[in-house]
Ligand binder design. Structure first.
Ligand code: ASP
Length: 623
């Protein structure tokens, strides 16, 4: 039998009462987290967003409440009315914030019952993620998820407050719009009113924010949902949230300073000090030093060890002397057995024209001097894992061999990225041994209290990567692709080589990475229509096509467009880092699975014929 709420009102939350409140009469409401029946005494742990408070139903104090409590089960919703009292010394629970007190209930109202849940929100971890997603409302009751939701809110709020203080306006842009080229597939929405036409959900507000600069709004931001129909991985979702911003008359540094400011504010909001400014590295340097454009600085980078070998030695080892020879080092891995080394083989990408040497003992037998120098150059300690990665003389991958003064060639990049990716994989595999990631976990789990901020300088390693190449060469089609979206400005001094030498053109494009994750990217934009047209042409987009797809924008560019630039950072990813979560799904209230399915609402789903008719659509499902 359920009770009515009547006029009862909650006086305190389940996380609020302390020893100083002893003696007060209170009304708490919440979910039954656990129930312990000791005969005359029944204990209910009552839970809400704020915490857990122990309720005691003593047959003598509450002759009516006690029998009700016998029937109460986990996840029932109850109201407990009674007196706060101090627990006996031996019953104090120092792990609970309310652990010094309990409520001696005089009355218990059972406001609602609950089916036996498929899993208990009282338990910390549930292995089956599908069940968690289907019953997301139960999953969200778990303390860990409540924490993630809370820090997401705090981070978003801190960012808003910071940007507001810097004079940014938050301006909404349409969801029903036309395609924005961010490199993914669009989600399309059929128009009922205009048969046969479609809106695209925005992959980003890119063109709108640029137009807002043309409109003279000077500083725009938006914490905004973006939609990209791509194959999903752990750090991707079909709809995700960006902290998107754009400013008028900025230099790259102006944008960096704003981002550093809101990032520090966001980290401070969860009690972590993030030192600014963030270090910077050019794309080429990132590739040379880390073999990746989103380096994890918590571990040592690559060392150029080309010089340790003579030409003859390289030949004996079948190493291509024209390509980089680098060493990666993972600290404290200890000696690996033959079997362990074999198990690492699949972690190395063989398609990049590179090979590796991880048996240094064997190498040492033939080339003791080289190995001694290798140890010196890489500053390897005896228990560090050191692996040499080099171009494989036997497999020559097809890539443009052209080399521009000071820039890396595609083949060099291939070898470096084989090394960089291997470094990332081995770092993941041996995380327990090198301990570099545990530093982050420990800061995440023990953030400082305000006023005493935990130092994030070792745990969170942000980095700006600048001067990306403007174009990427597609080996298959032979065409040049924009490395970023096509509104990114080239470096002014590289402009004259747009057509003659596209590979050498650098973009005013930057990424921000942290702990091996790309957090965001942006650029200084093209603000001149003539240059925008040249870029479209260089990308093989005809004037006609450009006009059809971006005519409105090319038109707008002709009405006094100021120089402008901006960036977008993934809010979900920032929260994921600060929650110490393994996937984006842990920090999004209602995420989708890797197959882009919402298991709770069961979307996507088929629709009624009538709806399709109205939309002038007839599906033909090819199997
Ligand atoms: N629109 C870009 C993106 O979503 C960000 C930017 O260039 O501001 O990646």
């Amino acid at each position: 039998m359920l009770d009515f709420l009547g006029t009862h009102q909650r006086t305190h939350t389940c996380g609020q009462l302390r020893a100083a409140d002893a003696g007060q009469t209170v009304t708490l409401m919440g979910w039954v987290n656990r129930r312990r029946d000791h005969g005359n005494l029944i204990f209910l742990d009552l839970r809400d967003r704020y915490g857990i408070t122990q309720i005691v139903l003593d047959k003598e104090i509450s002759p009516e409440g006690h029998p009700k409590a016998e029937h109460v089960r986990p996840e029932y919703v109850v109201a407990a009315i009674g007196k706060v009292r101090l627990r006996g010394a031996d019953a104090i629970n120092p792990k609970m914030e309310t652990g010094e007190i309990e409520i001696a209930a005089t009355e218990l109202l059972v406001l609602n019952d609950s089916k036996v849940p498929p899993f208990s929100p009282a338990e910390p971890a549930i292995a089956n993620e599908e069940v968690r997603l289907k019953y997301r409302y139960l999953d969200l009751r778990r303390q860990e998820m409540q924490h993630n939701v809370e820090i997401r809110h705090k981070i978003a709020l801190a960012v808003r407050e910071y940007l507001n203080a810097q004079g940014f306006y938050e301006i909404e842009t349409p969801f029903l719009t036309a395609s924005t080229p961010e490199g993914a597939r669009d989600y399309l929405v059929p128009s009922r009113v205009n048969p046969g036409t479609f809106y695209a959900l925005p992959q980003s507000p890119q063109l709108f924010k640029q137009i807002l600069m043309i409109s003279g709004l000077d500083k725009y931001f938006q914490i905004v949902r973006c939609f990209r129909d791509e194959d999903l991985r752990a750090d991707r979702q079909p709809e995700f949230t960006q902290i998107d911003l754009e400013m008028t008359f900025p230099q790259q540094d102006t944008v960096f300073a704003v981002v550093e400011g809101f990032m520090a504010a966001a980290f401070a909001a969860v009690g972590i000090a993030l030192p600014t400014p963030f270090p910077r590295i050019t794309y080429d340097e990132a590739m040379r030093q880390y073999g990746i454009d989103k380096p994890d600085l918590r571990l040592p980078g690559l060392t150029d060890v080309r010089a340790i070998f003579t030409g003859e030695q390289l030949q004996t080892l079948a190493i291509d002397p024209a390509l980089p020879v680098v060493a990666l080092r993972i600290p404290k891995v200890g000696e690996l057995s033959r079997k362990e080394r074999d198990d690492n083989k699949p972690l190395f990408e063989t398609k990049k024209g590179a090979k590796y040497i991880d048996d240094l003992k064997r190498l040492e037998k033939s080339f003791p001097d080289a190995v001694a120098k290798l140890r010196e150059l890489t500053q390897a300690q005896p228990d560090d894992l050191v692996v040499i990665v080099a171009g494989d003389a036997a497999t020559h991958i097809s890539a443009s061999d052209t080399k521009f003064a000071g820039r890396l060639s595609e083949r060099e990049i291939a070898v470096l990225s084989a090394a960089g990716n291997f470094r990332v994989e081995l770092a993941k595999k041996y995380a327990d041994r090198h301990g570099a990631f545990a530093v982050t976990d420990s800061v995440v789990q023990n953030p400082g209290t305000p006023g005493h901020l935990a130092d994030g300088s070792l745990a969170f390693r942000p980095l700006w990567v600048t001067d990306f190449p403007m174009f990427e060469h597609d080996a298959e089609t032979g065409a040049w692709q924009p490395a970023h979206h096509p509104f990114t400005s080239p470096h002014e001094e590289d402009m004259d080589r747009l057509v003659s030498d596209p590979a050498s053109v650098r973009a005013r494009y930057y990424d921000i990475a942290m702990n091996g994750l790309e957090l965001g990217s942006g650029s200084i934009r093209i603000h001149r229509q003539d240059i925008q047209q040249q870029i479209f042409r260089a990308l093989g987009i005809s004037d006609e096509e450009a006009k059809k797809r971006f005519g409105f924008f090319l038109e707008a560019l002709q009405y006094g467009t100021p120089p402008h630039g901006g960036i977008a950072l993934g809010l979900d990813r920032i929260v994921m880092i600060l929650a110490g979560a393994a996937s984006l799904r842990e920090v999004i209230a209602f995420p989708k699975t890797a197959k882009a399915i919402d298991l709770m609402v069961d979307a996507p789903s088929t629709v009624r014929d009538q709806q399709l008719r109205e939309l002038h659509i007839r599906p033909v499902v090819r199997s």
